[in-house]
Write a protein that binds this ligand. Structure first.
Ligand code: 5AD
Ligand code: SF4
Length: 439
């Protein structure tokens, strides 16, 4: 009888894709995936530690299963919390037997053997790897859009961020290996790929070809069968104009750039160790605004970073207007272990952070109402991602990564999933568009 496992994933797309690779690896080792932890012999949590709340989730989950310890289940903690907390997880949650960070997933088959032979304290916590986690077995969740890792780890030292500690130093995959995977995915029927990395812009092909990110982007965009290429996430410091030129040249490269700014104040950016000024950032925004294509721009914002004054915060609000983002993710600053900002002595209280967060979110909502209204009357190509039975509308995704719900009389069920259609935008709201199919 095959061994069963359950996996739950928290955090970013990197983590989601890591889980796909972990699932593939487990299946290749004779395990089968089950939909609930109750049904599983091996229960895995692939964790995130970007903010305190994300980290607490895994301990909450583990707590729920404390009493199952004796019932023969084996628990494993993977990902960023595993790397950050290491062996101390065994103390906090004694029913855990496996602790493994993402830089050690190559060792998973070995670690599984150790678990199977009854070892109760199995760890993979090394960060000093030159390798990326490549597996021929990734089990992808979405039949149309595939994630592909191009670079792992991060060498930046943003003062608030745990990632350099949890995902280790930057390692790029060879261009040949990335292209090989894209070709395989195209053959398997995928039409959209998303290139992943903590900082895709610092991609550097380690093979003699030495491609930079824009070169890789062009090559991936030229693979026949790939209709949409996305990438995330970008660091403004390493973001070059050639990336915009590549997007202008090739319609397969989606007209959407996620370029996290974090703050609109030079003083805060400096204390965050972001390595760019507001002007540097705005120059990159100008490249996008001057592009031939209508490029959607999105961002991440942190409010209440230590020492952020009312004036600093105003500058962030002003930057939202100056850029006119299509959407943002905004977060309250959260103290993280090991990070330089932890030692700053001017932390801001939670209520004030919450107040600033609400202001940012409301301001951005207003901006989105205006931005989305500009699309009313245009025809957008969508990838059909779902059907909403309650409203009778299809759910489409534009190249700009906006949700466009639409009607198309005569089709229902799954008929259109994964196809591309032209849709005229007839209405808009802050978070989505609505329209009708024109073909
Ligand atoms: N507190 C709040 N937000 C954070 N982020 C990263 N670290 C922290 C932190 N300590 C946010 C940044 C980043 C996004 C992925 O998460 O905005 O771009
Ligand atoms: Fe969370 Fe960052 Fe780890 Fe992704 S890389 S799972 S966002 S801590």
């Amino acid at each position: 009888m095959s061994k069963t496992f359950y996996i739950e994933t928290f955090g970013c797309q990197m983590n989601a894709h890591d889980s796909e690779k972990v699932v593939g690896t487990l299946v290749s080792q004779g395990y089968s995936q089950v939909p609930t932890p109750e049904a599983a012999e091996l229960v895995l949590y692939n964790t995130c530690s970007i903010r305190d709340k994300a980290e607490q989730k895994v301990f909450h989950r583990l707590q729920q299963f404390k009493k199952d310890h004796g019932k023969g289940k084996v628990f494993g903690v993977l990902g960023c919390v595993a790397q950050q907390e290491g062996q101390s997880i065994f103390e906090k949650a004694p029913h855990v037997s496996l602790v493994c960070g993402s830089a050690s997933y190559n060792q998973l088959p070995d670690l599984l053997v150790q678990l199977e032979s009854g070892n109760k304290r199995v760890t993979g916590l090394s960060l000093d790897t030159e390798e990326t986690f490549e597996t021929p077995f990734a089990r992808r969740d979405n039949p149309h859009r595939a994630y592909i890792t191009i670079i792992e780890g991060c060498d930046k030292k943003c003062a608030y961020c745990v990632v350099p500690f949890t995902r280790g130093p930057e390692r790029s995959r060879t261009g040949e290996s990335v292209l090989g995977e894209v070709h395989q995915l195209a053959m398997a029927g995928y039409s959209e790929v998303q290139l992943l990395g903590q900082n895709v812009n610092s991609y550097h092909d380690p093979s003699p070809a030495g491609w930079d990110f824009a070169t890789l982007l062009r090559k991936v965009g030229n693979v026949s069968g790939m209709r949409r290429v996305r990438f995330t996430t970008s660091h403004p410091r390493d973001f070059v104009k050639d990336i915009i030129d590549a997007i202008d040249e090739n319609p397969a490269l989606c007209n959407h750039v996620h370029l996290p700014v974090q703050s609109g104040s030079n003083r805060v950016l400096d204390r965050m160790q972001r390595l760019y000024t507001r002007d540097d950032y705005m120059r990159r925004i100008e490249w996008m605004k001057n592009a031939k294509r209508n490029i959607a721009i999105t961002s991440d914002i942190i409010v209440g970073f230590p020492g952020e004054t009312a004036e600093d915060f105003e500058e962030t609000l002003g930057l939202l207007d100056a850029v006119g983002y299509d959407s943002i993710f905004a977060f309250k600053y959260s103290k993280r272990p090991n990070t330089p900002a932890l030692r700053y002595d001017d932390h801001i209280d939670e209520d004030e952070k919450s107040r600033r967060l609400a202001i940012v979110q409301e301001k951005q909502r207003q901006i989105q109402i205006v931005r989305n209204a500009l699309l009313v009357g245009t025809v957008e190509e969508v990838l059909v991602e779902g059907f909403n039975k309650a409203t009778g509308q299809w759910i489409g995704r534009t190249s700009q990564h906006k949700t466009l719900n639409f009607i198309r009389p005569g089709d229902s069920g799954d008929a259109l999933l994964g196809t591309y259609l032209d849709v005229r935008v007839t209405r808009s709201g802050p978070n989505s568009l609505a329209g009708e199919s024109v073909n």
